[in-house]
Design a protein around this ligand. Structure first.
Ligand SMILES: O=C(O)CCC(=O)C(=O)O
Ligand SMILES: [Fe+2]
Length: 344
């Protein structure tokens, strides 16, 4: 901007959009596909694979590369970024029915795409009590989890939440992933499953100030993730210390809500949680994930959810792969395992 005092540095543009999209060109998709088809299973030598994927994904068109990098680094960028027209595996085996990795997958294009995008945002991490500490999670409908508030569900609406982790400190919203990436390998047969994302900036603009005030108070206890409650706590609730659901600056709030239940400590707090879920449904963006599509999710700027959908458990069900990412492994080193430096 030129003024009569001379040249004044332009303030960075404040992004108002809370949903972003990157669509690869067909030539870029095909070039990426031919490099990734011979790629070995990246989790077998993860740090070498991430170095190779760093080199490969650095060759994305620079504007698209910057959009993804900016999504990962900046406060004012969207909370969710959809990346479309990614290469896919030439053949896809049956969807695993138990949530364990497929043993019949012969190429690893999907895993390489997932980790290639992931490493642009942060460091893949495993959580010992989530999918056995694996770095690539298979998110599929599992019969025993059909009605639970977990990623194994299908016949229930998976409420607006962010992905939290059980932690001995009593805070489940601190050592949890900064980002998650959902990469679709197979859509559900009825093409009905919808993933939602509600940005905390939109949520707080929509809710009355007194409700936001309540959500900003230490009046909430998060239940530990369903996987922890099921596998470690024999099905009993394991509540966090009292926390605020919304925290931080008005223009860049952080939000934390566990899928597996939040206890409001007063009637007003309980009502605020109901109002919050309602506001999420009003402001939420929605997307039907299809093969070749990845959803990059900021796990602090907003909440995600999933519609109900029909699962047949016949090998043709919906299949996503997922990573959990931290911008840095340093701040979670207190919970590191001696077995694997990426598993916490
Ligand atoms: O299945 C989806 O679309 C989202 C599931 C979910 O919340 C997750 O994997 O963290
Ligand atoms: Fe989730």
């Amino acid at each position: 901007m030129i003024s009569n005092q001379g040249t004044i540095a332009r303030r960075p543009r404040i992004a108002t959009e809370t949903f972003g999209e990157v669509v690869l060109g067909d030539a870029v998709r095909d070039a990426l596909g031919s490099v990734l088809r011979p790629f070995p299973n990246p989790v077998l030598d993860i740090d070498r694979s991430l170095a190779r994927l760093h080199a490969i994904f650095a060759q994305l068109p620079v504007e698209q590369l910057q959009t993804i990098l900016d999504f990962g680094r900046h406060v004012d960028t969207p909370g969710v970024l959809l990346v479309r027209n990614l290469p896919v595996d030439p053949e896809l085996p049956e969807t695993p029915v138990d949530g364990e990795p497929s043993t019949s997958k012969r190429t690893f294009v999907a895993e390489a795409v997932l980790l290639g995008l992931s490493q642009l945002l942060g460091e893949p991490v495993g959580i010992t009590t989530e999918k056995s500490g694996r770095l690539v999670h298979d998110v599929v409908p599992v019969p025993a989890g059909a009605t639970t508030q977990t990623n194994q569900s299908s016949t229930v609406f998976l409420n607006f939440h962010n992905d939290i982790v059980y932690d001995e400190t009593g805070r489940y919203d601190v050592s949890n992933p900064d980002f998650l990436v959902l990469h679709c390998l197979r859509q559900d047969g009825d093409k009905s499953a919808v993933t939602y994302y509600a940005d905390a900036r939109d949520i707080t603009r929509r809710l009355p100030p007194h409700v936001v005030g309540t959500l900003r108070s230490l009046l909430f206890r998060l239940n530990a993730p369903g996987s922890y409650v099921r596998d470690v706590a024999n099905g009993t609730e394991v509540l966090s210390s009292p926390v605020a659901v919304i925290s931080g600056p008005v223009d860049s709030p952080e939000i934390a809500v566990s899928a597996n239940g939040v206890r409001g400590l007063t009637p007003e707090a309980e009502q605020a949680l109901r109002d919050l879920q309602g506001a999420c449904r009003e402001v939420g963006h929605q997307v039907k994930l299809t093969p070749g599509t990845a959803l990059l999710i900021n796990n602090r700027k907003g909440l995600h959810a999933r519609s109900q959908f029909f699962a047949r458990h016949d090998g043709r069900d919906r299949w996503l792969q997922r990573t959990y990412l931290r911008r840095s492994l340093w701040t979670i080193r207190y919970r590191g395992s001696s077995v694997d430096r990426r598993v916490h």
